[in-house]
Design a protein around this ligand. Structure first.
Ligand code: GUN
Ligand code: ZN
Length: 489
């Protein structure tokens, strides 16, 4: 890897970073959204994309390569001048067309040289997007071919253009992880996770989590990661929390041409809207009826502008959440938009050990917003810490009531979902968490797991646990040698 990516801050696996694009002499703040520009059909002119917040866009070199009208102008004037865009330009290779139509007529060296010759800042080899649920044998065979093409790519004279190394492997986590490792080992620059579009279209967010986490494990922390074809703002926070740094959106234009209106909670049909739930210029100056009345081109352009506004606003919100240390709160909020996204978040939380490794030790606040909060990496970290603590003599653990605790050598409060809190740590993140008073079973179950960790690590200490009305599901986790007193009895 050529050291073009720098991470400044983490939250879960999400990172605020900077991608240096040497050919253009610019840096791009990540997480970043790259609007997709179709060289033939520009729903929103690229100069306007810059006004809306695009520092970088992506277009398709294969379309330009095969175009009688645009090929020569692209070579003569360069892609930035042709599109009228000053920022960085990434190019795709035609792999998507390969997946759609089964065949394309360029090789990796040809298309990479063409991308270089039109002035692309980030080029892409011809990877094979093996679809989800493909045969394992097919996924393996196609990855072998993709990997050979990545090797070819390293031999092409690409100058200062960065080159991507897409990760494939269908829905096989072990293949995705291996592919990630092999892609990183090529020394190429940017690492897209490919062929997830069918998963996204079908709202298979749990499978997205599985595929992305596996690829990330293989790629390692230094790799800048692009999630190919992910352009719906409802999933940006979720994908960023898994460590995706770059996104591309054709969705803003494709949905607009289908009269669909993007929100962070999903997609609406223009025909179903009586109000615009948005404060962008399009939505404050016009009403749904105003837009429905117009001709196709105007309607599609206005919807596309709104779709871009919400998408860039959400990406800014995600970056702000990252720097404020509340990305998981945002993911939890977004997960409420759709049960499938909730499933994705739950699947991601099954990787809390992996999430915990980059999660900051301290943040401003932990907001317990849903039962899923009980599975956050901070809870896991506290449980690991409990296994290393060594109170002495007799310890009473209480769930609020402090009367009679003087009889014991030590008194520790039990704070769901974390569990026992040593007195010295009660003012330290995450034990300063904001919790609802009406606790759910998941918080109590997690707290009981904390008790178990502490008790099992301290066989010579006697423990008493005083609680009020804890459910049997949680008490079953508390080791038998603990004296349990239910104060509500
Ligand atoms: N666009 C969306 N998915 C893919 C992919 O897997 N590979 C490439 N090259 N482009 C894509
Ligand atoms: Zn709007």
């Amino acid at each position: 890897m050529s050291g073009v990516f720098e991470v400044r801050e983490y939250d879960a696996r999400g990172r605020l970073g900077e991608l240096t694009v040497p050919r253009r002499g610019v840096t791009v703040d990540t997480p970043a959204l790259l609007p997709v520009v179709n060289p033939h059909v520009q729903t929103v002119p690229p100069a306007r994309l810059a006004d809306l917040g695009a520092e970088i866009l992506i277009t398709n070199s294969y379309i330009l390569h095969g175009s009688a009208e645009l090929r020569e102008p692209a070579l003569d004037r360069g892609i930035h001048d042709l599109l009228g865009f000053d920022g960085a330009v990434m190019t795709d290779s035609g792999s998507f067309q390969l997946a759609e139509y089964g065949d394309i007529d360029v090789t990796t060296p040809e298309i990479l040289r063409f991308q270089r010759d039109i002035g692309s800042d980030i080029g892409t080899p011809v990877d094979i997007p093996t679809p989800p649920d493909a045969d394992r044998e097919q996924a393996q065979r196609e990855w072998t071919t993709t990997r050979e093409r990545l090797d070819q790519a390293t031999g092409v004279e690409t100058g200062e253009m960065l080159v991507t190394a897409p990760v494939q492997g269908s829905t096989y986590p072990d293949l995705r992880e291996r592919a990630g490792g092999e892609a990183a080992a090529t020394g190429l620059d940017v690492f897209p996770i490919g062929a997830v579009v069918p998963l996204l279209n079908e709202y298979r967010f749990a499978d997205v989590a599985e595929v992305v986490v596996a690829a990330k494990r293989g790629l390692g922390e230094a790799a800048p990661v692009h999630l190919f074809g992910a352009g719906h703002p409802m999933m940006f926070a979720f994908a960023v929390a898994m460590g995706c740094d770059l996104f591309d959106s054709a969705a803003y234009a494709l949905y607009a041409r289908d009269d669909r209106y993007l929100t962070v909670r999903g997609t609406e049909h223009l025909a179903d809207l009586s109000e615009f739930p948005c404060s962008c210029p399009v939505c404050t100056e016009l009403t749904p009826a105003n837009i429905r009345d117009g001709h196709d081109e105007r309607r599609h352009r206005l919807l596309a502008e709104h779709n871009l506004h919400v998408s860039f606003a959400e990406m800014r919100r995600v970056r702000q959440a990252l720097s404020g240390g509340n990305l998981l709160e945002l993911v939890e909020t977004r997960a409420r938009a759709h049960p499938a996204l909730l499933d994705g978040y739950r699947r991601l939380l099954a990787e809390s050990e992996w999430l915990e490794r980059t999660d900051p030790v301290s943040k401003d606040a932990f907001f317990y917003l849903s039962a899923e909060s009980a599975r956050r990496p901070e809870v896991r970290r506290h449980h690991q810490r409990l296994a290393r603590l060594d109170p002495a003599g007799s310890v009473v653990l209480t769930d609020g009531d402090t009367s009679g605790t003087d009889e014991y050598d030590e008194h520790w409060r039990v704070c769901p979902p974390f569990g026992p809190v040593p007195p010295a740590l009660s003012d330290v993140y995450p034990l300063t968490a904001q919790l609802p008073e009406r606790r759910d079973y998941q918080a109590l179950d997690a707290a009981a797991e904390g008790i178990r960790r502490l008790v099992e690590a301290n066989p010579d200490v006697t423990f008493t646990f005083r609680h009020r009305d804890w459910p049997q599901s949680a008490l079953a986790t508390v080791p038998e040698r603990v004296t349990v007193e239910d104060l509500s009895q």
